[in-house]
Design a protein. Structure first.
Length: 534
């Protein structure tokens, strides 16, 4: 296998099979964090070359978005879990599409730092670099001409990439049901935005950052009565070309049909998707290209619709036949809506990344509620309903009614397995690269997966699914925490040290992402709907 380094991706990867999982395994092993890898890294941040927070198109027709879009009043915990809150779904018009865009990836805060103006968005992003861009393939959206558009959160507008209804063309290279959705939101990643800071490992961040946005979108769509579905089975190259993406600079990571399903258009002759390259302002003066990112990504391409259909029908044996010998602790009941008064829109505006925890304990019922709402079924085009790729381990430092120690959450039984009892604040900090914040947290979650089994079933593309699913769970943890008046913060980690710490229970499992949870040591001001104040 090639060594991960800067430079153009190897041409041989372009024709490689998704089933040659050596690519994903090599990428994962080569990008693990350890004390040695961090201490020997010569990477430094060139602040004069930091990428722009925004992708800006030039010379495209733009449509201004309405500033008086609905503000989500749904009960948050049900919506976060993905359960529909309406018996009759809300029709999708431009105002509702704006609502989805804004509360998924809109601007909620602005501040000055070092003389520069910075923005925060509705969903978190590693390093506050915001590499995920949202597009929409619109066909039957009231008040919007059919076309392919890019969401510009700064200008609060959508820029038109193509004219016309391309849902049938998109369905022909992805999922047949896409043709019946009024619109499809596409998530893409601009590689350089995160690679500037995280280098080759930043490929993992594509899916973490995409996942937390997807968690918002899932909650919002559930509150509107049309639960969104995450589609990761699609023919990569034509989807990228449909959106006008720059090859080996940005790529599509998932699709999400939104709005109530209608009837498939009849007599729609599929048109050819000709490549286009809209003019875009540079993110930085210089960009470093990391071949390892594109080798891993291209090795997970699906080349045609037949391969897409095969991939989505793969079944993964997620059952664990081993009987546990660990003490079992039942979880308290799910907290009711009466236990919290914030509405979904308020929760999203309140959400941030907590920078200081005060070591106060949280209630066992709060932990139980967050576990239940964040790990429920994710509507998607692979795996059966109820199956999940992600397993939740955690260190409890301060939970009323639960002894300090390490635990595994058995989601099917709504119970905990007590792995190790004892004071573990130093350990929870150490595993998260020695950051004191995660020693002060009441709970630190480590989301893990049986990576070799996932790749064996889903191929290299399984790496995308496992990472994205972890990002979605992390996003739900964020939202659930803020719905209950708590705080949360995501973290990277020492890969092998986490597996070793939770072994033998976690033997052969790989960590995807870590999230700290607790009581904030300060009162943060809520964000606001910035477009309504400009």
């Amino acid at each position: 296998m090639p060594v991960l380094k800067s430079g153009k991706a190897s041409a041989s990867v372009r024709s490689s099979s998704n089933h040659d999982i050596a690519y994903a395994l090599n990428y994962h092993e080569s990008t693990k964090h350890s004390e040695i890898s961090l201490r020997t890294s010569g990477h430094y941040l060139d602040w004069t070359n930091k990428p722009s927070q925004f992708k800006v198109y030039e010379d495209l027709t733009s449509v201004s978005l309405p500033k008086n879009f609905p503000r989500q009043q749904a009960e948050p915990l049900m919506a976060i879990s993905g359960r529909s809150l309406r018996t009759e779904p809300t029709n999708l018009g431009l105002a509702e599409l704006t609502e989805l865009f804004y509360f998924s990836a809109g601007l909620t805060r602005k501040y000055r730092f070092g003389g520069e103006l910075h923005y925060m968005r509705a969903a978190s992003a590693t390093g506050a670099l915001y590499p995920i861009e949202l597009y929409v393939v619109a066909g039957d959206v009231t008040g919007l001409e059919a076309g392919v558009y890019h969401f510009d959160p700064l200008g609060f507008q959508i820029s038109r990439i193509r004219k016309g209804d391309y849902r049938a063309e998109l369905a022909a290279i992805s999922n047949d049901s896409i043709a019946m959705a009024p619109a499809i939101i596409a998530f893409t990643s601009l590689a350089w935005k995160n690679a500037w800071k995280y280098e080759v490992r930043s490929y993992r961040h594509w899916f973490w950052d995409g996942g937390v946005i997807a968690a918002n979108l899932i909650a919002l769509s559930a509150s509107m009565g049309s639960p969104a579905r995450i589609v990761q089975g699609f023919v990569d190259q034509p989807v990228n070309e449909l959106l006008g993406l720059q090859d080996e600079k940005e790529a599509t990571i998932c699709l999400s049909p939104v709005g109530p399903e209608g009837k498939r258009a009849e007599d729609h002759s599929l048109r050819r998707i000709d490549p286009i390259l809209p003019k875009v302002q540079p993110l930085s003066e210089e960009e470093t290209e990391y071949a390892g990112i594109w080798e891993a990504h291209r090795a997970s391409f699906l080349p045609n619709k037949e391969e897409v259909d095969k991939w989505t029908k793969v079944r993964l044996d997620t059952s664990d036949s081993q009987r546990t010998t660990y003490p079992i602790i039942p979880l308290p009941p799910l907290m009711t809506a009466a236990a919290n008064t914030r509405k979904l829109g308020e929760v999203i505006l309140q959400r941030g990344s907590t920078r200081r925890f005060d070591r106060s304990p949280i209630a066992f019922s709060q932990l139980s509620t967050i576990l239940r709402t964040s790990t429920g079924p994710i509507p998607r085009d692979y795996l059966l309903e109820g199956e999940n790729l992600v397993e939740t381990y955690f260190i409890a430092n301060a939970v009323e009614g639960l002894a300090p120690g390490s635990y595994f959450y058995e989601s099917k039984l709504n119970s905990l397995e007590e792995l190790k009892r004892g004071e573990l604040r130093q350990m929870s900090a150490y595993l998260c690269l020695g950051q004191p914040l995660f020693g002060d947290a009441s709970v630190v979650f480590f989301l893990m997966t049986r990576l070799r089994e996932v790749l064996g079933a889903l191929g290299n593309r399984g790496y995308r699914t496992a990472q994205l699913e972890s990002g979605i769970v992390a996003g739900k943890i964020y939202l659930s925490a803020y719905a209950l008046g708590l705080g949360a913060s995501g973290s990277t980690f020492y890969d092998d040290a986490v597996t070793e710490f939770f072994s033998p229970h976690a033997k052969e499992k790989s960590t995807m992402i870590a999230v700290g949870l607790g009581v904030p040591a300060y009162k943060a001001r809520a964000g606001r709907i910035l477009p309504q104040f400009t």
